[in-house]
Design a protein around this ligand. Structure first.
Ligand SMILES: [Zn+2]
Ligand SMILES: [Zn+2]
Length: 342
């Protein structure tokens, strides 16, 4: 099978083509596993974190990609949830132990044995992949393969971030950064909290226009002060400046939710601008979002089909994965990037 593999962790500015096209054996499904013939795989900023070593794959080479849509090609023994031909998706959660205190309390995203698709095991930047039957999701018919792929990460984690905001309808929400996750969270928030107003902070005028076109009541620069103090702000940027700048826009008791697996360190010194009375005093909180649970993914897919949420996306051939990653790195973003595998 064809796959784009990562063999070495290094910065993208040292090597703009970190992934290589190879021919490798089709994996075989073990007991309780299914083999998926991949048709689309979303490109996520986390792939840059893996390539550049902020969250390194434990073994190399590895096939990246954790927003996978395809059809069941073959099932292993004991599989009863899926049959050949079914359309399924795989998300960032590849497996968890199911026995620890976290797994037993609905927090399998925090399991110490959490395995991530396309980092700890081969993912969807290839023609086939295997996954445990309990970790593959049915995709609602509403969505095409390319529409469904970005929902599996940006959407599901965006949904988790929104849950962690602890909002009620009518409270004001901020979004700092407006890429794939931001635009999905906006649509979700407007559905779940129809009386809430959404304020967007984004560097580029294009992103700000995009936000307004999707229903933001206000869109400003990352450094701007919002016209109102906000109940919660979700940060989907890869850097630190927006964290500090968002905190000043929170109301007392407000919460900043950081939706990033790792932050880049290039502007880390910006944190020294934190002024306790301006940014943290009055019980403001900062909370990170880690991984996703299967419930997050299924609940989100159901919601997305009902709303419906159809992500904006750009398609690339599997072979052009490096190009998609470079554009993501350079923040040439309008909606999500999806690799098409045929
Ligand atoms: Zn992702
Ligand atoms: Zn566990």
């Amino acid at each position: 099978m064809k796959a784009m593999i990562l063999s070495q962790v290094q910065p993208m500015d040292k090597n703009a083509h970190p992934l290589k096209l190879v021919d490798m054996p089709i994996p075989e499904p073990a007991e309780n596993e299914i083999l998926i013939r991949v048709s689309a795989c979303g490109v996520c900023h986390t792939e840059l974190d893996e390539i550049e070593g902020r969250t390194s794959p434990p073994t190399l080479p590895v096939v990246l990609g954790h927003q996978v849509v395809g059809r069941v090609e073959m099932v292993g023994t004991g599989v009863n949830r899926h049959k050949p031909g079914d359309r399924v998706g795989v998300a960032w959660i590849y497996s968890s132990c199911q026995n620890c205190v976290f797994c037993q309390s609905g927090q399998e995203n925090l399991c110490p044995e959490f395995q991530a698709t396309g980092r700890d095991v081969n993912g969807g930047y290839g023609e086939y992949m295997v996954v445990g039957q309990d970790f593959a999701f049915s995709i609602p018919d509403t969505f095409s393969d390319s529409e469904a792929a970005p929902l599996l990460c940006a959407g599901a984690i965006g949904y988790r971030s929104l849950k962690l905001c602890d909002m009620s309808d009518g409270q004001d929400l901020g979004l700092t950064g407006f890429g794939a996750s931001g635009h999905l969270v906006m649509k979700l928030a407007r559905y779940i909290y129809p009386k809430s107003r959404v304020f967007v902070f984004a560097r580029s005028p294009q992103e700000r226009d995009f936000a307004i076109s999707l229903g933001a009541v206000w869109a400003g620069d990352t450094l701007d002060e919002s016209p109102r103090r906000l109940h919660a702000i979700i940060d989907t940027t890869p850097v630190w400046m927006p964290v500090v700048e968002a905190l000043k826009n929170l109301q007392p008791g407000g919460r900043l939710v950081i939706n990033a697996i790792r932050k880049e360190d290039m502007d880390k010194e910006y944190l020294l601008n934190i002024d306790y009375p301006t940014h943290l005093w009055l019980e403001k909180e900062i909370k990170s979002v880690a991984n996703v649970t299967r419930a997050d993914v299924s609940e989100f897919l159901d919601l997305a089909a009902r709303i419906p949420i159809k992500p904006e996306y750009q398609e690339y051939a599997l072979e052009d994965a490096n190009q998609a990653l470079i554009e993501l790195k350079q923040r040439k973003i309008r909606g999500a990037k999806v690799l098409i595998i045929d």
